[in-house]
Design a binder for this molecule. Structure first.
Ligand code: PRP
Ligand code: URA
Length: 211
């Protein structure tokens, strides 16, 4: 895949180790949920490396000092359903982050995303927005969700995925060069049904035990 400045593939050994267990068809719902959460925390840590900061004065037991802190509010927006599994992973690092929800499913025939729900926190246009979805396949759902956030005035958006296909990463990178995309692992391709290969199957079904 062509390199895009706004696509960051982590491929860190600790993340790869967790992804290996996540992919395994014998991994059960409980462990799958825990791994999604842990990998998301690691993605959050990496993606906030270059976030705006402000300096505050802190009084330690010994003296006052200047200390850098994250500037501004954070909003988490999972794409339903599977993105829900990633929310607690971000909350581990940003416990006060507000949560919005965008409901989308892919039409099984056309693979086009269908929006069915949207509820976003008031004032989201001034927040640092983290859009969550474990799977970036064709990129249709992510692009539509980013369009929706931009229509609501959001200017600082990051997208986080656990597994991405080159097709989806290219689509988001080209359509939204201002959005930084953090992907734990980039896979080979999509199959004829739009599933990521080797992937992990249907993330929503594995998270919620629906199949
Ligand atoms: C999955 C996944 C993404 C979308 C990715 O959701 O969680 O939202 O497919 O595919 P795309 O990049 O080709 O748009 P799905 O439509 O299966 O809905 P679900 O989470 O409710 O199961
Ligand atoms: N959605 C999933 O859950 N898995 C895929 O491989 C593609 C889309």
């Amino acid at each position: 895949m062509k390199a895009y400045k706004n696509v960051h593939v982590l491929d860190h050994p600790l993340i790869c180790h967790k992804v290996a267990i996540l992919r395994d068809k014998n991994t059960g719902t409980k462990q799958f949920r825990e791994l999604i959460e842990e990998i998301t925390t690691l993605l959050t840590f990496e993606s906030f490396k270059e976030v705006p900061t402000k300096t505050v004065i802190v009084s330690t037991p010994l003296e006052d000092c200047e200390q850098k802190t994250v500037d501004g509010e954070v909003a988490i927006v999972p794409i339903l359903r599977a993105g829900l599994g990633m929310v607690s992973g971000v909350h581990t690092l940003f416990p006060t982050a507000k949560v919005g929800h965008i409901g989308m499913y892919r039409d099984e025939q056309t693979l086009q995303p269908q929006e069915y729900y949207c509820k976003l926190p008031e004032g989201i246009e001034n927040m640092q927005v983290i859009l969550l979805d474990p799977m970036l396949a064709t990129g249709g759902s992510a692009c539509d969700a980013i369009d929706l956030l931009k229509k609501r005035g959001c200017k600082k958006i990051k997208l986080m995925n656990i597994i991405g296909a080159p097709e989806g990463a290219q689509k988001v990178a080209a359509s939204h060069p201002d959005v930084d995309v953090y992907i734990a692992t980039l896979d080979r391709c999509l199959n004829e049904n739009g599933y990521i290969l080797p992937g992990l199957g249907d993330a929503g079904d594995r998270l919620f035990g629906t199949k």
